[in-house]
Design a protein around this ligand. Sequence first.
Ligand code: ADP
Length: 458
Amino acid sequence: MPEHDEVAEFSRLFLAFLERMHETPQGIARENVRDRLREHLQVEPEDLPVVAASFPSFDLPNVQLALESWFDSSEVIGLVGSDRGHHSLADLLELGAGRGRFGIGAVDYQRIAVDVGVEMDCVAFGFFLGRQGEDRYVALLRAANPQFGRQEVELEVLATSRDAGDRLMKALPDLIREHNVFRGKVISFERHEFGHGVGPFRLHPRPGVSRDDVVLPAGVLERVEREVIGVAEHREALLRGGQHLRRGVLLYGPPGTGKTHTVRYLLSRLPEFTVVLLAGTSIRYVGEACSLARKLQPALVVLEDCDLIAEARDHLHGGENPLLFQVLNEMDGLAEDADVAFLLTTNRADILEPALAERPGRVDLAVEVPLPDAAGRARLLSLYGPTLDLSPAVIDEVVSATEGTTASFTKELVRRAVLLAAEAGTSPGDTHLQAATAELLSARDTLTRRLLGAADPR
Ligand code: ADP
């Protein structure tokens, strides 16, 4: 080829290259998304109906796993184009038919915590090109993005037959339940930073509290175990006998006596239970918690410090707090045969009592978690101070001096004794425990004592 022909050829190619660059904002010539979908579906995508569904934002990993389980095989492709988020699947197809506007690109992923220290890369914007038998599907999955007004996970599906699309949509709720990553996990959640709904879930390690770690008067723990664990163990017999499984247990008593500790013990005993923990302001999400519990049963819904939500009054609901009203309604709204236990804790049963008494049936068992008696305090000393070398006389002396104090007080007493011994460079024993007791019961430590839930010495 003569030299000037080569130059002419190069300039023709270069011009074409510039033209293509101009068309594709990302600067790379990309395959047209519509052509790719067409190739997969083997029909014109525009001829197929779109079916759509939305899901709570936290269900993103579950929707993805449900889709993957529905397809015999699938691949995911992404899309480039800055305004793609604002268009429906039908719009994207139409606009994507123009050269280069929406080219195929990388899939967007979002990392979601699905267990303690475990994250899953979830498709936040991507087309699943799937097959099931003879049917072919295109499913566009988008994560919620409350910052930009998308409150829910959105799914739009094109299928080669209406029936195939409908079958998938109908199967999804069960598949989501079946593949739910949150089943059997301990979860809490709060408000979404930008949206009105629930934010990302927080996953918690399941505690490992054994029965011997819980010091309560005889019979107290047994009653709670029977209602919460026993009912689960006898699920079938109860259902056969027409009895309800849904149950509510109220643990009440002064702070620091072991209500939360007892809840943690129950969590340890029920490893297969999904647990939703709500405390303080997150109690407003009791509706979401109940719907999760129903889907992921057997489940425990823990409502900590219920008195905090019950204190404020409101004239709209007969002078009652609307949140407490909502909690009681949601508890009642859950099907009776659901294996869901509600565990409510409070330091102020008197505040909750009128509302609970007005609507019987929500709480089947109210158990007082009292201040430890002398035998309890002695057990707590050995539980929290197994390394303390104590004489029986000093144990008796400290046990009687600490009448009216809480379990958490004894725990702190032991910690101080160990600290005093460490400061003195010796191993902890009688003198350290006596000194710690004198310190904690002294007038100087009145506030500490109150913070530990202890009454003033008599
Ligand atoms: P509450 O929920 O009644 O205010 P917590 O359960 O939070 O009290 O108690 C605080 C800590 O004190 C617990 O984590 C536990 O270590 C200890 N504790 C409290 N009560 C008991 C108990 N009955 N038996 C053993 N330890 C206890």
